[in-house]
Design a protein around this ligand. Structure first.
Ligand SMILES: Cc1cc2nc3c(=O)[nH]c(=O)nc-3n(C[C@H](O)[C@H](O)[C@H](O)COP(=O)(O)O)c2cc1C
Length: 270
């Protein structure tokens, strides 16, 4: 069935590897019959800083509380047109692909600025103005799939489970879990191409083939099995129950390694 996919790309040069991966995504997704929306952040001249200029009708002109103003602007329809246009694309999207080079183990600042400004209070956090009731699996973006696609300068071994940089999924946990899953999205395992600055022709062809494979699995691949806040593992909505993943600390505790089928009630897992 035809779906809508939003591609958010953060690279200043369309002729870059990231630019090529974006083009492949557009053509592959269209071939699959999907509608593609694009946010080329550098190309659009996206304003990255989140500041007073984001609020056209300040609730409190004397002190800038960004959370309060974000909630007010979202609820009253006084956000800036560029933010509203991105939220409309998000609303239409069944899946969102983020294409970016890994910079300092994270996303480029322009993409962080897109998140800061577009993920408004009342939508991506503070959903329904209900504090933390809807987060981590629930929220304004529930039902949408998300996929990070990143190019990495370092070799894969540096990002292996005991590699010196730390595992890539751990480094990007604040995006996959803390940002996308927080806002309700179903997040797929990150797609990474390593050692990109020394990519030979053959390796590049192989990387492009693997990328096309991931695009074909966008709506069928198993997501990262993050634990949902409201499915019983966090009785007080804050901390894992003692009986869940006993002895496991840190990021790994929030990933349910037991095999389960997406969409099944959590209690029905074996
Ligand atoms: C500001 C900056 C920060 C970078 N940080 C990292 C990093 O943390 N880890 C890494 O492996 N490579 C890092 N790199 C290398 C980039 O990931 C690499 O150059 C990029 O993925 C290549 O993609 P492109 O050809 O599309 O620009 C960094 C590069 C720049 C410019």
């Amino acid at each position: 069935m035809s779906k809508t996919v939003l591609i958010v790309v953060a690279h200043p040069d369309p002729a870059s590897l990231n630019g090529a991966l974006k083009e492949i995504a557009i053509s592959e997704l269209r071939e699959l019959g999907h509608r593609v929306l694009l946010s080329d952040l550098y190309g659009m001249g996206w304003k990255a800083p989140f500041d007073g200029g984001d609020f056209l009708d300040r609730r409190d002109p004397t002190r800038l509380s960004l959370v309060t103003e974000s909630g007010h602007a979202y609820a009253s329809g006084t956000q800036t047109p560029d933010v509203m246009a991105e939220q409309e694309k998000l609303a239409a999207a069944d899946a969102v692909i983020f294409q970016f080079p890994l910079w300092w183990f994270s996303m480029p600042a322009i993409l962080k600025g897109w998140v800061d400004r577009v993920f408004a209070y009342g939508l991506a956090y503070g959903y329904k103005n209900a504090g933390n009731q809807y987060r981590y699996g629930d929220g304004g973006f529930a039902g949408k799939r998300a996929l990070l696609s990143t190019t990495v300068g370092g070799p894969a071994i540096d990002y292996s489970p005991r590699g010196i940089n730390g595992p890539l999924e751990d480094l990007l946990f604040h995006i996959t879990h803390g940002t996308l899953f927080f806002a309700g999205m179903t997040v797929l395992p990150t797609h990474a191409i390593y050692a990109v600055d020394r990519l030979e022709r053959e390796a590049a062809d192989d990387a492009f083939m693997r990328w096309r494979g991931r695009l074909r699995g966008l709506f069928t691949d198993a997501p990262i099995p993050f634990r949902h806040q409201n499915a019983g593992d966090y009785p007080d909505r804050h901390v894992l129950d003692e009986s869940v993943a006993p002895g496991v600390r840190g990021f790994a505790a929030h990933v349910d390694t037991r095999v389960h089928t997406e969409g099944q009630p959590r209690g029905s897992e074996t």
